[in-house]
Design a protein around this ligand. Structure first.
Ligand code: SF4
Length: 215
């Protein structure tokens, strides 16, 4: 019993340092969204998120305790077998220190991409940052300067205003995307199309993997 508690505490300490991560799932597929859509990529989905979007399509990711703490070596060795492009997603990956994972991925010359709400401090070495701000917990400072793409999810008409507010905060090279939330795509896509034609600094992003029926 004492040994079990000791091992559990050691594992939690490693997770705290980002040397182990609660791994929800990992899979090789096609990036469906944003700038890299159509690119083959290995996805690492890390558990843990307290942002609480009511329309979230991966609510099972929220409770980190339900996902097994996994060593960085195991995650990276799996990833390296499949692809040069690695997408770290969640959950909210910045819940955890991403430095150990990304250092290990870069040591194998892999491209590191992150999909994040930016709700927590940016850690890790990233080749591509997809920032997708959420109203419940706004991004933390520096990530606005570092983001390569801004992906705003449109669930209702008020989200256009939020998207413009967030676009005013990102760096000038950041690519701007509006993406309909899947459950309301039939209603919101025509509004997005109309908005983008009137505001061509924005582009439309669709969840093409869902149309293709792939993960
Ligand atoms: S930030 Fe992402 S994972 Fe977290 S609740 Fe929102 S959509 Fe879900």
């Amino acid at each position: 019993m004492y040994l079990c508690i000791m091992v559990k505490n050691e594992v939690l300490a490693l997770v705290d340092k980002g040397e182990m991560l609660p791994l929800m799932e990992e899979f090789y597929t096609i990036q469906g969204e944003g700038f890299h859509k159509g690119t083959a990529a290995y996805f690492i989905r890390v558990g843990g998120c307290d942002v609480g979007c009511h329309w979230c399509d991966v609510k099972e990711s929220w409770n980190a305790a339900t996902h097994p703490p996994t060593t960085i070596d195991a995650i990276v060795n799996n990833a390296a077998k499949y692809s040069n492009t690695i997408v770290v997603t969640g959950g909210e990956p910045l819940t955890w220190n991403m430095a150990p994972l990304t250092e290990a991925l870069k040591a194998k010359n892999l491209q590191t991409h992150i999909e994040t709400s930016g709700a927590y401090t940016l850690t890790g070495i990233w080749d591509w940052i997809c920032l997708s701000p959420k109203k419940n917990k706004l991004p933390q400072g520096i990530i606005y300067d570092k983001a390569d793409e801004l992906k705003m999810i449109i669930y209702n008409k008020n989200d256009f205003k939020f998207a413009e507010e967030q676009a005013a905060k990102v760096n000038k090279d950041c690519i701007l995307y509006l993406q309909p939330e899947w459950s309301v795509k039939d209603k919101m896509t025509p509004l997005i199309v109309d908005f983008v034609m009137k505001n061509p600094q924005w582009k439309v992003s669709l969840q093409t993997h869902k149309y293709l029926n792939i993960p």
